[in-house]
Design a protein around this ligand. Structure first.
Ligand code: ATP
Length: 297
């Protein structure tokens, strides 16, 4: 029962994602239905880890993909992400950043080229297995109409209250929970206490910590741009997710300033790669984005 609803809500979350971006909803919904009907998938935020051991190395080899027609494609993407590295993906809107995450999560398969997770070709890994190795902290965090405790324990039913406290402390949401009159029992979600986008995202980070997968994917919300706590949290992601492979699609460049490597995606292609300093020195797209943000603040 829980698995069924987690699937359903996982799908709604992705569908909403499509709507928010003002892009065609149908292909994604159809694709999600396919995943649900054919493979009986569970939501990747709640699927329990499976025994397949992976280090978390990710490779894209000449990956190209187009949605229906010729819109929204990524072209000949080549990437090599080492296990335990933190990678930032930045670039102009509509460039293909989220599409790269969607391909990695198995929402779409490349039209040509291959994606590897360690030595395994992604198309050979069952979706359930694949998603048990990853967590997506997306722009639209789904919360069930349940208590905060239940929402967290979906990620790991065996987690004790001490585990919840530790994860929430790391995700900088513990103080917020403790000062609520009902504490852990506070009901959140559509019909519960309203919480901000930043608080939802911190709960999602706590969920990711409780679930403890090897790969963490984050799509940074633009809505929390003005939140100080958010900025502080993002700057500590490196420490919070130490040892994990972390890929962050970032709109605020400060978030990924300390990343091991930053990819600049433009018009579906990897336009630049390097560390923050290297990319500034190059005086290209990244440098320009950085100066725009710097001047805006
Ligand atoms: P943003 O920074 O605005 O989130 P992005 O770099 O993440 O953008 P994507 O969301 O990957 O870009 O989109 C890349 C291109 O693919 C865009 O032109 C977008 O309109 C298109 N696109 C994305 N999803 C779909 C879809 N489901 N169907 C058709 N086209 C799509």
């Amino acid at each position: 029962f829980v698995a069924y609803f987690s699937q359903l809500f996982g799908s709604l979350e992705k569908a909403q994602f499509g709507l928010v971006k003002g892009i065609e909803l149908k292909p994604k919904l159809e694709m999600i239905k396919e995943i649900l009907d054919v493979n009986d998938e569970q939501d990747f935020e709640t699927t329990s880890p499976t025994p397949l051991k992976i280090k978390g190395e990710i490779k894209f080899q000449n990956v190209s993909f187009a949605y229906d027609g010729d819109r929204g494609q990524v072209n000949n993407i080549n990437l090599h992400i080492k296990p335990g590295h933190l990678i930032g993906i930045v670039g102009p809107s509509g460039g293909g950043k989220s599409t790269i995450l969607d391909l990695l999560l198995g929402f779409y398969t490349p039209d040509s080229g291959s994606i590897f997770l360690d030595q395994y070709n992604l198309k050979e890994i069952p979706l359930k297995e694949l998603r048990s190795k990853m967590t997506l902290v997306s722009q639209d965090v789904f919360l069930w109409n349940k208590s905060i405790k239940d929402n967290l324990q979906y990620a790991n039913p065996d987690a004790s209250i001490q585990d919840l406290e530790k994860a929430c402390y790391e995700a900088q949401i513990l103080d917020f929970i403790q000062q609520l009159p009902q504490g852990w029992d506070t009901v959140v979600g559509e019909r519960g206490v309203k919480i901000s986008g930043g608080e939802k995202q911190r709960l999602a980070i706590a969920r990711a910590l409780l679930r403890n997968p090897q790969i963490i994917l984050m799509d940074e919300p633009t809505s929390a741009l003005d939140s100080k706590t958010e900025a502080h949290l993002q700057e500590h992601l490196e420490r919070i997710f130490k040892g994990k492979t972390v890929i962050i699609v970032a709109h605020r460049l400060a978030t990924i300033r300390n990343a091991d490597s930053i990819l600049v995606i433009k018009d579906g292609e990897v336009a630049e790669v390097g560390t923050h300093e290297e990319l500034l020195e190059r005086k290209g797209i990244y440098d320009q984005l950085y100066r725009e943000q710097f001047q805006a603040n």
